[in-house]
Write a protein that binds this ligand. Sequence first.
Ligand code: ZN
Length: 415
Amino acid sequence: MRRQALHLAGRAVEQRLNADHSDGQAAQADCGCGQLARYAGRGTKTFASVLGPLKLQRAYFHCAACGKGFCPRDRQLGLEDTSLSPAVTRMVAAVASMVSFQEGSQLLGELAGVVVEARQVQRSAEALGQEIAEDERLHAQPLEQTPLPATLYLGIDGTGIPMRAAELQGRHGKQPDGTAKTREVKLCTIWSAEARDAPDRPVRGEGSVSYAAAIESAATADTDQTPAAFPQRVLREAARRRFPQTERTVVLGDGAPWIWNIARELFPRAVQVVDRFHVKQHLSDVSKAIYATDPQSARQWAQRRQEELDSGRLPDLLRALRRQADRSDAARKCLQYIHRNRERMRYPAFEAMGLCTSTSVVEAGCKVAIGTRLKRAGMHWSIPGANSIIALRCCRLSGRFQDFWERRSEHRKAA
Ligand SMILES: [Zn+2]
């Protein structure tokens, strides 16, 4: 019944549009090149719509000056340069931001009865993702969001995603032979944690999380006139969320030096905190390296170190690591890591300030925003393809897709 109803509705729309020849009344129309294009008859094209395929006849204009042609009605209906209706394009964006292109194509068929080949899901989603990426760069003004929370958190992290061989040529990586299999996506996430689930335990605000990410450079050379691409992205996200205007700001990271370079450079007054979850993970890994054949001792050792970390006994923690440093490479590296970041690991002090330190929200952000979609078995990305889908995903996860879509429709109407 649903299929039949949609089919009938589709025929009705088709007939109504095709009976209207007003789009071909003029003999000439303005071409984008500045010259006039000549009416050249009506052309038929089939579009995928939510009502099923629509076979539309539209007036076609050809420009002798630039050799291009166009259908004014396609522009008017938002069908230019595509064979998908705007509503189907939106559905494609929704599925492609969540699952593989193949699965997306299947879901569209099963749930909406819309036939879109996997390849076309990919093409349309990537094209839309690219539009979103451009839109993101143009719209860094603060979003409506009153009142500003007392504290805002900004997390920065990186995660590798599997790439096509051509994207990795000549790059050094972590493979035994020195080659790379992945490229690093750099992610910035901003959230607030005003609520408390226990007197002193901040909880991340539901719906307060926003994301911005891409495969791009984080390092700005001293000779560069402008910051590198990723710091600029962080600045835009911070501006949208009014991070710099917030009374108290916190930057969380896993301890990698590039993260603190960005924090120091962009937000000098922010409190710097190493995500506690990450440090504990690190200590647990070290314990397994030291007690490779004795899991119980490993657990005990890790537990003691984690307690020292929690209670702020960093000198004890560093001493324990130093005792292992001669024998264990992992322990020596961890010792340097904790020593280097010790000011960012003053957890009892941070807790007393009511700050969120142990959430793993940054790592979770990487998994939610990037890993679950881009790091799946058998996937191999190109840089533009990955960046498009990342832009699409960040936009949707940050609750900004509707805004983007409205801007896009306005823009098309104006054109
Ligand atoms: Zn022209």
